[in-house]
Design a protein around this ligand. Structure first.
Ligand code: CTP
Ligand code: MG
Length: 236
């Protein structure tokens, strides 16, 4: 496979509120990070999976999870304080591997990406060098307008051209490496923004909103339901 995946897993899961990293919570009996990696490993295009983890979680990945790590041939590396520090550590681990033509960044906290959406965003990236999954914004969005009388008013935003950014975000390897070399530390919401800053447009592929990020404990029940449905569909 000519795609290397960086799967940042080095957060602490503050908003999830459990004692250990939220990524150790289970989905259908396996840890969330494993479910996320499994989806990626199933693609024949994926050749490497690099997973940045925090210093405090490293012993868990080397001991209790070592079999699961080995099963998917995951390369565990040390992440950093911010998500982009973790991605940068993943880039360093990939180095200038000549087999790697594209790099996909995928949150370890998104275990529900479908095989179809993965294939679609990989195909778009091979065409445009920069492609991400996005889901249409579900609700009505209103934007604040400030007049001098201090009363808060809003106007409708046309949501037909708005998307919620998801992962994977997939780039040609050289483009992502350059975007990170140029990054001056100014916070960015995602990898696509860093690529945009060096002047390269990012294409979007409409993906399923089922590809949610596990953020709060209540997200797990929803994820279990989506996961059960997706495995049932595969059996049928
Ligand atoms: N992540 C990372 N390195 C960091 C911060 C986050 O690799 N320094 C990873 C997380 O492990 C997660 C993904 O980036 O897989 C998306 O981040 P998020 O959902 O915000 O996870 P956490 O930062 O762990 O959660 P919280 O913000 O609630 O603390
Ligand atoms: Mg976070």
């Amino acid at each position: 496979g000519s795609i290397a995946v960086i799967m940042p897993a080095a957060g602490s899961g503050q908003r999830f509120g459990s004692q250990r990293n939220k990524l150790f919570a289970t989905l259908a009996g396996k840890p969330l990070w494993f479910r996320s990696a499994e989806r990626l490993a199933e693609s024949p295009l994926v050749g490497r999976i690099v997973m940045p983890v925090s210093e405090s979680d490293q012993p868990a990945f080397e001991n209790e999870f070592s079999d699961l790590v080995a099963r998917l041939r995951i390369e565990v590396v040390r992440g950093g304080a911010e998500r982009y520090d973790s991605v940068r550590a993943g880039l360093a681990a990939i180095g200038d591997d000549s087999e790697v033509r594209w790099i996909a960044v995928h949150d370890a906290a998104r275990p529900l990406v479908s095989a179809g959406d993965l294939a679609a965003v990989f195909a778009m990236a091979s065409q445009t060098d920069a492609a991400i999954l996005g889901a249409p914004v579900p609700g009505t969005i209103r934007r604040e307008i400030r007049l001098s009388d201090g009363i808060l008013r809003t106007e409708t935003v046309d949501r037909r051209d708005l998307y919620v950014a998801l992962t994977p975000q997939v780039f040609s390897a050289g483009l992502l490496q350059r975007a990170y070399q140029k990054h001056n530390g100014r916070p960015a919401t995602d990898d696509a923004e860093l690529v945009e800053r060096i002047g390269h447009p990012v294409s979007i592929v409409r993906g399923s909103a089922d590809n949610l990020k596990i953020t709060y404990p209540e997200d797990l029940a929803v994820a279990e339901a989506i996961y059960a449905r997706s495995t049932k569909n595969n059996d049928a």
